[in-house]
Write a protein that binds this ligand. Structure first.
Ligand code: 6GU
Length: 227
């Protein structure tokens, strides 16, 4: 999978993609994340990429030309499955969407800033608009990082234990059950006996019941969706 991220603050993403699972996925050739500085594509002097909104009002708007040039360059190089725009008025990002997008070969994520992008960018180029929650961030970079992380960790071979993404919270519309490791007794706090029993079927059953109970208590809305 290749993800091209278009932003006017490219440095913001460097440390995120330069470490941990995301770094390893790229080193192994399973994922490629390429960050593009919008300022490299602008036809305007002084590397300007934004301007005042027509009609007035507070906040700057990203201009269409730098974005168009960047996207035209990318699209002349390969076929993109989706051009995503991250925005608070997009569709809410869920595990279902992450699963779906993780099967794609080439994605663009366009980050807005200030008051967003010229509406004509959305009309001409964007194929899907995604929000990562009902709150406002100062730019789309964190959202692009969140989405990229959620997709890349699902790619085969990225996680060391390949089955572990399958037991995540939300993968079956249930929250994950509690987990324990050594010591089996910490100052009288004991690990549930069943987990030490070696009885695989009983452990599986216990985990399912715990997941169900945890979901019932914390996120009953997920159980409604299952029905
Ligand atoms: Cl994708 N962008 C911004 N700026 N704020 C957000 C968001 C995205 N998702 C939630 N809040």
């Amino acid at each position: 999978m290749r993800i091209d991220i278009i932003t006017c603050l490219p440095r913001l993403l460097d440390s995120f993609f330069g470490q941990s699972i995301l770094k390893r996925a790229q080193d192994k050739g399973l994922a490629e994340v390429v960050v593009h500085d919008l300022r490299d594509y602008t036809p305007h002097k002084g590397r300007q990429v934004d301007d005042y909104a027509f009609g007035g009002g507070a906040g700057m708007v990203l201009m269409i030309e730098p974005i168009a040039r960047c996207l035209d360059t990318l699209r002349s190089q390969r076929r993109y499955d989706e051009i995503l725009y991250v925005t608070p008025d997009g569709e809410n990002f869920t595990q279902r969407i992450a699963n779906h997008l993780s099967l794609k070969e080439n994605l663009v994520i366009l980050c807005g800033h200030y008051k967003g992008v010229d509406e004509r960018v959305r009309q001409r180029y964007v194929t899907r608009e995604i929000s990562i929650g009902d709150y406002v961030l100062s730019g789309g970079e964190l959202a692009a990082a969140v989405i990229s992380d959620a997709l890349i960790r699902l790619l085969p071979g990225v996680l060391s234990d390949e089955t572990s993404a399958l037991t995540d919270s939300f993968q079956d519309d249930l929250l994950a059950p509690p987990v324990y490791t050594r010591p089996a007794d910490f100052e009288g706090m004991k690990v549930p006996e069943v987990l030490l029993s070696g009885h695989e079927a009983r452990i599986e059953q216990w985990r399912f019941e715990q997941a169900l109970e945890r979901t019932r208590q914390r996120r009953p809305d997920l159980l409604d969706e299952r029905a």
